[in-house]
Every structure is written in C-alpha cells, then in structure tokens.
Design a protein around this ligand. Structure first.
Ligand SMILES: [Zn+2]
Length: 52
C-alpha cells in the first residue's frame, strides 16, 4: 500500500484513526492536491508549511 495520503482515498474511511495519526500535527502541505501531513513521505508533492 502506498504511504502517500494523496492516494489513500479508498482506505481512509475504513481506517480513519490511522489516518488522523498522520495528519494531526501537519508540517507539510501537498502542492499537488492540497492535503497536509506530519511527514513529507506521506505526500506526493510535499512542501514544508514553515517555508511558505
Ligand atoms: Zn498529493
């Protein structure tokens, strides 16, 4: 399974608690699809929020 949240739409509803753990303290935003995540590896086009 991909670790990129951008591609996890199908599994999101079935495992929301696990998803929340990846996004509850977001430091990166995906410049491609607008999602946020704690770790850049979870986004397909990550950008540090701090740098924006
Ligand atoms: Zn993305």
């Amino acid at each position: 399974m991909s670790t990129e949240l951008c591609k996890l739409k199908k599994s999101l509803k079935g495992d929301l608690p696990s998803y929340v753990l990846l996004v509850n303290q977001p430091r990166f935003v995906c410049t491609n699809c607008g999602r946020v995540a704690n770790k850049k590896k979870n986004l397909c086009s990550p950008k540090r929020i701090k740098d924006l």
